[in-house]
Design a protein around this ligand. Structure first.
Ligand code: NDP
Length: 384
């Protein structure tokens, strides 16, 4: 029998389950690269249900009960008196989501001597101290590709929201106004702009593909260049470093993993090298930008707008400066947890657990750390 502590975001304020807007979600046959969707033996939820909150429990309550395991589901994750810390001492498995991350620090690892498996429901395991996981032989896994397209769609929405000045215009409409001039005094067309992505991995490339029909000039920087035929098909210009890309675009969208090389990549110096009136969208990780430098660049008007859904820490304090900085179109960390995405990563979490309990290998593309080493996707994405 194993003990699993699952840290999920709180239920909706109006209670659970919510009244759903639609009956179902579209059926997807496979991921864009042809790889297969999660394939657990069975699922105990209806795709389209809210699974990522405490009452949703990723649709796994029956799975753990049937296996005779103990499952604790909580949203209480901060500080030494939190329910998460209380149950960590004898937990075998921790499951958390980047949207409401249970930070697994070195200190917390030390207080979790039985921990063997740290699962990310979604993508992005940087809330887990991966060096410590390797040192302790803890397996870390996530559901690669499960929400990549969800994030790409949110990114395109936020680019358009910034450039078209959507948020203030909506505010005028919702508050009884018809202030056309106030709405459009900062509104532009994206057509003809230079738009670049930092990292053309699963998400970055999906953003490029979705932006191609907008009549923009596309750019990218990545540590590895895309095949020539892909570059030509996308009509995208390659930049050998982020400095070159930043100086060449009107819109920069960040899609690189948070590692030492990308930490505070968009600092004061890089921001000043960008064209006046540039926009930045960051749906990767907040610490890839320098929080104070972003606020200063928006206040001075050098940046025309900043959007994204990633903050540090999460949740941010009520007075976090990014909540109120000028010309922002921030959302909470939601891009990768649409109901469509939840169905995929909940099924993927179950697939990993089924394999884990049966002693079968976990799919290589889901692995981040195994046997004291970066493995699978982790060996590609997190190895520095
Ligand atoms: P991928 O692994 O598919 O792509 C990451 C890309 O970044 C790869 O092409 C990689 O190159 C490149 N890269 C690695 N190091 C650097 C570097 N120093 N500078 C520039 N590029 C680099 O990941 P995804 O596209 O699926 O996800 C990207 C990030 O998005 C994740 O790390 C995660 O933090 C974030 N994310 C956010 C979500 C949200 O809800 N907001 C949800 C999902 C992910 P190569 O492979 O050649 O090494």
């Amino acid at each position: 029998m194993a003990k699993c502590v699952m840290v999920l975001y709180p239920d909706p304020l109006d209670g659970y389950p919510p009244k759903y807007a639609r009956e179902s979600i579209p059926v997807i046959e496979c991921y864009p690269d042809g790889s297969s969707l999660p394939s657990p033996s069975v699922i105990d939820f209806r795709p389209g249900e809210l699974l990522g909150c405490v009452s949703g429990a990723l649709g796994l309550r029956k799975f753990f009960a049937d296996g005779g395991h103990e499952l604790v589901v909580t949203a209480d994750k901060e500080g030494p008196h939190s329910e998460f810390e209380h149950h960590l001492s004898d937990a075998d498995i921790v499951i958390s989501q980047p949207f409401w991350p249970a930070y697994l620090t070195k200190d917390r690892f030390a207080r979790a001597p039985k921990l063997k498996l740290a699962l990310t429901a979604g993508i992005g395991s940087d809330h887990v101290d991966l060096d410590e996981a390797r040192a302790r032989g803890v397996t870390v896994a996530e559901e690669t590709y499960s929400n990549s397209i969800s994030v790409a769609e949110h990114t395109v929405m936020q680019i358009l929201a910034l450039v078209r000045n959507f948020v203030p215009a909506h505010r005028w409409a919702a508050t009884g106004g018809w202030n056309i001039a106030d709405c459009v005094a900062r509104a532009y067309d994206i057509e003809g702009m230079d738009v670049g992505v930092i990292a053309a991995g699963r998400i970055g490339r999906a953003v490029l593909e979705r932006l191609r029909p907008f009549g923009v000039r596309l750019h990218y920087f990545d540590v590895h260049r895309l095949p020539a035929e892909v570059e030509s098909d996308l009509g995208v210009t390659y930049h050998p470093d982020v400095e070159s890309l930043a100086a060449s675009v009107d819109v920069a969208s960040i899609h690189s993993p948070l590692i030492a090389q990308t930490h505070h990549m968009f600092n004061d110096k890089l921001l000043k090298s960008m064209r006046r009136g540039s926009y930045i969208v960051n749906t990767a990780r907040a610490q890839e930008t320098d929080q104070k430098a972003i606020v200063a660049a928006l206040e001075s008007g050098h940046l025309a707008g900043y959007a994204g859904d990633v903050w540090y820490p999460q949740p941010p304090s009520p007075d976090h400066p990014w909540r109120t900085m000028p010309n922002n179109a921030m959302t909470p960390h939601v891009s990768g947890t649409s109901l469509s995405a939840q169905a995929r990563y909940a099924a993927g979490t179950r697939e990993i657990l089924e394999d884990w309990f049966a002693g079968r290998p976990i799919r290589s593309e889901y692995l981040i750390v195994e046997g004291g080493r970066f493995a699978g996707t982790g060996a590609v994405s997190y190895q520095q």
